[in-house]
Design a protein around this ligand. Sequence first.
Ligand SMILES: *[C@@H]1O[C@H](CO)[C@@H](O)[C@H](O)[C@H]1NC(C)=O
Ligand SMILES: *[C@@H]1O[C@H](CO)[C@@H](O)[C@H](O)[C@H]1NC(C)=O
Ligand SMILES: *[C@@H]1O[C@H](CO)[C@@H](O)[C@H](O)[C@H]1NC(C)=O
Ligand SMILES: *[C@@H]1O[C@H](CO)[C@@H](O)[C@H](O)[C@H]1NC(C)=O
Ligand SMILES: *[C@@H]1O[C@H](CO)[C@@H](O)[C@H](O)[C@H]1NC(C)=O
Ligand SMILES: *[C@@H]1O[C@H](CO)[C@@H](O)[C@H](O)[C@H]1NC(C)=O
Ligand SMILES: *[C@@H]1O[C@H](CO)[C@@H](O)[C@H](O)[C@H]1NC(C)=O
Length: 358
Amino acid sequence: MRSILSVSSLLLATTLVSADDSTYNVNAICTSDQMMRYYGTSNNGLWGGSWWQSAILMASLADVGSLDSSYNGTYFDAYANTYSNAPSFNGYTGFIDQFYDDEGWWGNAWLTVYDLTQNPDYLNLAISIYDDMAGGLGSPCGGIYWQKDADYIASIANELYIALAAGLANRVSDDQKQGYLDAATTGWDWFFNIGVVGDDWLVVDGVDNSTCEPTGNKYSYNQGVILSAAVDLAKATGNSTYLDLAGNIANATTTTNGTFADENGILKDCDNDSCDIQGAMFKGPLFRGLRQLQLASPHDNWKDFITTNAKSLWNNDLNVTDGDCNTGSSFAGPVTGVNEVTQGAALDCLVAAWAVTS
Ligand SMILES: *[C@@H]1O[C@H](CO)[C@@H](O)[C@H](O)[C@H]1NC(C)=O
Ligand SMILES: *[C@@H]1O[C@H](CO)[C@@H](O)[C@H](O)[C@H]1NC(C)=O
Ligand SMILES: *[C@@H]1O[C@H](CO)[C@@H](O)[C@H](O)[C@H]1NC(C)=O
Ligand SMILES: *[C@@H]1O[C@H](CO)[C@@H](O)[C@H](O)[C@H]1NC(C)=O
Ligand SMILES: *[C@@H]1O[C@H](CO)[C@@H](O)[C@H](O)[C@H]1NC(C)=O
Ligand SMILES: *[C@@H]1O[C@H](CO)[C@@H](O)[C@H](O)[C@H]1NC(C)=O
Ligand SMILES: *[C@@H]1O[C@H](CO)[C@@H](O)[C@H](O)[C@H]1NC(C)=O
């Protein structure tokens, strides 16, 4: 058995050796297989013990199903298990917790699973999550609060709220559409007027609730979710201005030797292993947003950024052991901090490369 095993892993390692337009699919599937080895290990419907990150991982898995029809039904049981069991494992009901951004990750992820499965339970769940998030409106500065304690106003919670509203506008029946669309456009206008998007098209973390001034660091997920929102808003309204504004954000994010990309055009997130299991997730939603924007409004510079990063992570951030594709936290390498979240972030990048080259 031992020799058979090592021979088959050698063969697999050979097929996995390259990263180019013809292998992003193989690489993505090997990465998602490895991600699934973290799934439901405590029968909890989650990947590892991660809560909000599991939403992002679930959506990436559904993306694989939509790109390769032979994987469409493969994980329907997993989605159903997560739907039924994940909230109670954490003592929640219906994916509602203290944090509006956590809720937003789940709401948007269930829309992605709905797109794949066409199961209306998942659409209805996304609607109920949206309704709870709308309860976060009413801050003195506009937008929704970060959490139910009503203090800070986080960019990420607002981006997820705008994206979910716009996503629902495109998926509910015509007589339901307008309310979601109004919420999305109101949220978008607020986001671009309050100052969190700088003149450099980089997004800061949030808004101070006492001064209403933008504040905080710049994170890659804040550069990404707003791109997803723009794509659904452009689709719902037919107004391409949303794509132009998103394009400026994408350009600023992907600039070589800029704030986010290094001299080789590789995303700097988690360079030198400075990420925890929260920060290691951030690049996933960036690649999701870039993929969606690139498919809606193709630009060679975004496509190049996506494929350059997919190649780098495959060449520098991969540990193939017994055919398992373990991916680490820094796309520039070396392999460090491997966990369910680093698998998920790598999967988002590989799925993006696959989608924009096929
Ligand atoms: C996936 O399967 C579902 C259920 O059979 C079907 O409704 C849906 O259209 C399929 N999606 C894709 C992207 O092929
Ligand atoms: C602002 O946030 C602080 C906590 O940081 C909180 O005590 C206060 O009630 C909040 N005020 C408003 C108007 O939201
Ligand atoms: C398109 O959207 C932009 C950004 O919100 C807005 O300023 C503009 O008025 C819209 N154009 C139309 C024709 O509605
Ligand atoms: C983004 O960069 C590309 C390549 O330099 C350029 O063609 C485009 O006009 C820029 N802006 C937007 C909004 O796409
Ligand atoms: C990268 O940017 C820094 C300053 O921002 C500059 O000093 C350095 O020369 C640049 N490197 C390359 C390769 O352009
Ligand atoms: C990571 O380490 C390298 C080599 O020590 C250094 O050049 C680089 O600036 C570091 N990057 C970050 C983001 O700290
Ligand atoms: C690669 O993965 C194997 C199996 O998990 C582990 O034993 C090994 O230490 C890893 N190597 C690196 C460089 O992370």
